[in-house]
Write a protein that binds this ligand. Structure first.
Ligand code: ASP
Length: 343
């Protein structure tokens, strides 16, 4: 193994990128990861060394959950000192959730963890898998003065590298499947790789890597809609084992001002169950108090998700509950950007 070349670990978790069509059923299913490298001989031309590790049973990312997040994190943690960067091949459906979760798990991350996948399987003639994979590896290999350029969890798809916890899957068909509405892309692949250095996350390099692995999943995501009713909503809020709620509200964080609704939130917050306000809009964020329809939310202690994505809000809530952050500190910490997930 050459010492001058960056050493990249490729972790295959599943997803379309490594799938083939079952000729009998025409359904896509995961295939042996070793074949993936055989299918892309171009990988040997890259200016880095690549090693691969695969989930024993690769999954469609619709089956992703915190146990798998821990599995991905432990693969990276166990190999952290031996590699300069990590590329995680993952189904696109829940990639933004996993990238968000991993960003919270890796405190003081000093190396790149780049998530990527594809809309078409690697064997397809018109596949987007090759470009996504090759450039993700290049992004993970970028170095300056012998140190990785990217020191955060990124997501690379269709010529752009994004901060993972800022992304959302926006299209089920287009190759341009992801968007980061509230934060600029970190790098772009054209004739050259153009890195936006000012926008990269700057971790405290004097601190040691800490990998957090506890998540609490007893949470709910509730999307408001005109006509939402007390009889349907109340049972969810008063459930005994509920530990936190993400509320997708209108516009800049607005909700109905009906008394039953505000009272339900108030009683829930009194039980020390955090309620996070995130917007249903793709871009922009929550600003409680801007309209009358959100001033009460502010006064009863609803937590502002600011411009966080729903995916990152859910991951952060599960992570902070797992870390057993005290109810007193919860609001302040949630409203603080931990990994560049909010502005
Ligand atoms: N259903 C697939 C998955 O998320 C889609 C993809 O890989 O893009 O695993």
């Amino acid at each position: 193994m050459s010492k001058t070349q960056p050493n990249i670990l490729l972790v295959y978790t599943g997803g379309t990128i490594g799938m083939i069509m079952d000729p009998k059923t025409s359904a896509l299913k995961a295939f042996d990861f070793k074949n993936l490298l055989q299918r892309i001989p171009e990988l040997q031309l890259l200016d880095c060394t690549i090693e691969t590790l695969s989930f024993e049973d690769p999954i469609d990312s619709s089956n992703m959950n915190p146990k798998y997040w821990v599995q991905i994190a432990e693969i990276i943690e166990d190999n952290y000192d031996d590699f300069d960067g990590f590329v995680v091949l993952h189904g696109s459906d829940t990639m933004s959730y996993s990238a968000s979760a991993l960003s919270f798990m890796f405190e003081n991350l000093a190396k790149p963890i780049i998530f990527t996948g594809s809309q078409l399987p690697i064997g397809d003639l018109r596949t987007d898998a090759k470009e996504n994979l090759i450039t993700s590896i290049q992004m993970a290999s970028l170095q300056k003065g012998g140190k990785p350029v990217i020191k955060e969890v990124g997501l690379y798809f269709e010529y752009k590298l994004y901060r993972g916890n800022r992304t959302t899957k926006i299209n089920a068909e287009h190759f341009e499947a992801f968007e980061s509405f509230n934060y600029p892309h970190l790098a772009e692949s054209g004739v050259h790789l153009k890195v936006e250095y000012d926008d990269l996350f700057k971790p405290n390099l004097r601190k040691k890597l800490v990998v957090h692995k506890q998540f609490k999943t007893e949470i709910l995501l509730i999307k408001l809609f005109p006509g939402i009713s007390e009889s349907v909503l109340k049972p969810f809020f008063i459930m005994e084992h509920i530990k936190g709620i993400v509320l997708e509200t209108y516009g800049a964080g607005n909700t109905t001002t009906e008394a039953w609704f505000i009272d339900l939130l108030k009683q829930t917050i009194k039980r020390s169950i955090p309620i996070i306000n995130v917007t249903q809009c793709s871009g922009g964020g929550v600003l409680m108090g801007q309209y009358e329809t959100s001033t009460q939310l502010k006064s009863i202690g609803v937590i502002s998700g600011k411009d966080i994505t729903t995916e990152a809000a859910l991951a952060k809530l599960m992570f902070m509950l797992g870390e057993q952050v005290s109810p007193r500190a919860f609001k302040t910490i949630f409203e603080t950007s931990l990994r560049g997930e909010m502005t």
